[in-house]
Design a protein around this ligand. Sequence first.
Ligand code: TA6
Length: 310
Amino acid sequence: MTELEREAAALQERFGQPRGQPGPVAFTVSPLGGVVATLTVGVASAVVALQGAQVLSWVPRQDQPDVLWCSPLSRLGLGKPVRGGIPVCWPWFGPHADAALALPAHGFVRAVPWAVESADLRPGTASVTFAVSLTAAQQAVAGDVRARLRVNLGSDLEIELITTNNGAVPVSLTEALHTYFAIGDIGAVSVAGLAGQTYLDQLTGLDATQSGAITFDQETDRIYWDTSGKILRIQDEALGRSIDIGASGSASTVIWNPWHEKAVRLGDMPPDGYRTMLCAETANVGPRNAVSIAPGDTHTLAARFKSAKI
Ligand code: TA6
């Protein structure tokens, strides 16, 4: 047995549902080169890598394509996040506020191993919870905080990013579930639900107001402020499906498509990969929507996805 196979077998023995044999919660070695948990409920399935507690796949019904986009150029175990699925940006979103620290974009935890904390089954739902702690050096930057990520698969998919402040002083953090959705074609998709919202255009540095649904004909990188309670709908005419995105504990929404030139620069995305993906991210982005957590308190950022034929 390889080291990864031993790790998967040990997790299957301890957390597999039912214990020790493939079932609604199974741990295996992914072809991408890392251990993953596969949740199966009826005709739905989801795959989550222990690396980054990154959801890599969600198929709500076997007659539907994967709702999540993953680059065919990505692999696990390379010390960087898979380009796709749902990377966990925590305990900050984007570049760190103090550039002098030369810290990685999108926080400390996207590409590190998370521990499996629990797995459980309820009628119609399979769940798995992962946890990650910071090193002392990382805590000196971000505070004495700990994150858990809970994946709940039922007829929908729900992701909860749970932060606990174990320190003696309040902490301020920013965060995102940086979800890459698979779409038929970027030229035949729209995102409704943010009309009238103010956003920061990251490409120009200017604020603007959204008029109607969002459509795409160039690189798009926008942070929509104060979006609590908004429900987004990705209308995918090419695939003939809609994806509804609900959230709680989230005050920001990020919409991103790299378009061709940036897709090439990224290096872990096919040059035409931008045509079949779209990021709609459930977030709390600073400074306007940063989250403050009192000592001993917990904050949960949650996203809930529902896919339907149109
Ligand atoms: O969420 C949008 C964004 O902040 C973009 O500016 C772009 O950098 C994207 O995230 C991807 O970041 P990554 O570090 O994964 O290449």
